[in-house]
Write a protein that binds this ligand. Structure first.
Ligand SMILES: [Zn+2]
Length: 101
């Protein structure tokens, strides 16, 4: 899983194709990410007990293959690559401009 929380991504498939957002949550085991405002579905709830019913909106997790990392300095979708320093430390950088992510 190369994508982390806070990464800027471009949606490349699905109903919100072309939209951009920041990752809010990742599910590494499921290969899914949540981007606020993307893949939004409405959930209708009945009022029960003292709770009010109504419609709540929530963002469904997107499959990682449906999003592309978006580099804000290249201003286009790029890939993430790892650079390994002499110390063995790994950093994630943009494949094009080598900017640290
Ligand atoms: Zn870049």
């Amino acid at each position: 899983m190369k994508l982390h929380i806070g990464d800027e991504v471009l949606v490349t498939a699905g109903k919100d194709k072309g939209r951009r957002g920041k990752i809010e949550h990742v599910f590494p085991k499921k290969d899914r990410v949540v981007v606020p405002g993307v893949n939004v579905y409405k959930r209708h709830r009945k009022g029960m007990g003292g709770e009010k019913g109504g419609v709540s909106e929530f963002s469904r997790p997107l499959f990682v293959a449906s999003v592309a990392f978006f580099c804000t300095s290249c201003n286009k979708p790029t890939r993430i690559v790892y650079e390994v320093a002499k110390t063995g430390e790994k950093t994630r950088v943009c494949a094009k401009c080598r900017r640290e992510i």
